[in-house]
Design a binder for this molecule. Structure first.
Ligand SMILES: Nc1ncnc2c1ncn2[C@@H]1O[C@H](COP(=O)(O)OP(=O)(O)OP(=O)(O)O)[C@@H](O)[C@H]1O
Ligand SMILES: [Mg+2]
Length: 265
């Protein structure tokens, strides 16, 4: 590895607050590109269970890369990202992954096709504006080709409704939906999934209404900074008076990103 490269050193530690609730936290996080160039210069934020947070920023400021760092697939950077247990997080990209096979399998993914009862699958499809698919659960097709991107995105919400993850990460996951359908899908977080935390990236009008607060990645020459809407680099808390340091317990995972030393190989 050449000079300037940075590497993540994952560390297993809990990500819970003082009350034992799950937490997502960035502490002095810098995210670098593979050549060592700084992409995100500073991110300090804490997001609590059940919170709904919108992340915005100009194209290329590193929003999607921030999600990759959370999921553990982006290795370059420094600082510490504390994350809830992997099994409690679900990532929703703009184009959902639909495995080959039956529609049932595509909806249940990543669980086994028979994990959810038919009645729940049909209800989820109907709730997500896909009632025309309820009779095709056992049909094997190239669903990734047959369904429009908007239908695939709604299918991803039906999947969400079945899995009910505690932490949802949406990266432009409603980009192909018209505003009415976007409203129908986002209302899930107000109604059926109000307990889930939602961290979403998106610039579509109308998205803001479904979030408690907004974080902005602001571009700057030495790397983007994650700020509150008011423009301060921040540690944000929904409930004032909570402790500034994250209590550590044994259940979750913390990713510790540390810059490598000069000359380290
Ligand atoms: N796998 C990769 N290898 C090298 N560079 C990458 C990789 N992925 C992203 N980048 C670069 O990192 C920068 C940030 O990309 P990222 O996708 O995080 O931006 P973004 O804020 O999500 O942008 P957009 O709003 O366009 O989706 C870009 O300059 C991009 O080219
Ligand atoms: Mg992106």
């Amino acid at each position: 590895m050449s000079q300037g490269h940075r590497q993540v050193l994952p560390e297993r530690r809990g990500a819970t607050d003082l009350h034992g609730r799950e937490l997502l936290a960035f502490h002095n996080v810098q995210i670098a590109q593979a050549d060592g160039a700084v992409l995100v210069a500073e991110a300090n934020a804490e997001i609590q269970a059940g919170e709904k947070v919108l992340i915005v920023g100009e194209g290329g400021t590193g929003k999607s890369t921030l999600f990759r760092a959370i999921s553990g697939v982006w290795p370059w950077g420094s600082g510490e990202i504390r994350v809830p247990p992997r099994s409690h997080m679900m990532f929703m990209p703009q184009r959902p992954y639909l495995p080959l096979g039956t529609l049932r399998g595509a909806i249940a993914y990543p669980a086994a096709p028979r994990k959810f009862p038919d009645v729940a699958m049909r209800a989820a499809l109907t709730r997500c504006g896909l009632p025309h698919l309820t009779g095709q659960l056992d049909e094997e097709e190239r669903w990734d080709r047959i369904l429009s991107l908007g239908e695939q995105q709604r299918l991803a919400f039906a999947r969400l409704l079945l899995h009910r993850p505690r932490w949802v990460f949406m990266d432009e996951a409603t980009a192909a939906l018209d505003e009415t359908n976007q409203d129908l899908m986002m209302a899930l977080f107000r109604d059926e999934l109000s307990e889930s935390a939602l961290i979403s990236i998106g610039h579509r009008p109308g998205l803001e209404a479904y979030h408690d607060r907004k974080l902005t990645l602001i571009r700057s020459p030495d790397g983007a900074k994650l700020t509150t809407a008011r423009g301060h680099a921040t540690v944000s808390r929904r409930r004032p008076g909570r402790a500034g340091r994250v209590a550590v317990a044994g259940r979750g995972v913390a990713r510790v990103l540390r810059g490598s030393r000069k000359g380290q190989s």
